[in-house]
Design a protein around this ligand. Sequence first.
Ligand SMILES: [Zn+2]
Length: 87
Amino acid sequence: MTPQQQKLHDMTKQLDDSDCWIWQGQVSNSGYGRVMEVQANRGTKMVSAQTASYHAFVGIVPEGHLVKQSCGQRLCINPKHLELIAV
Ligand SMILES: [Zn+2]
């Protein structure tokens, strides 16, 4: 894992009965995790935890798309459970 991937993974707890990575950090009013992300040459920005995970493990999120959990668990940031949704 890269340092950023490790940092995000360290902020989660794995549930016994699934391979969801449950976010243990800050949670927004909408029930999703959130985290301050350092962006190249653009300072820091508050993003959802699943977006930060997608960035760290998968890649960029194309414009007009959101990262959602395919497992239905709002606090899950396992990159294998993340998918792009067109908005
Ligand atoms: Zn999950």
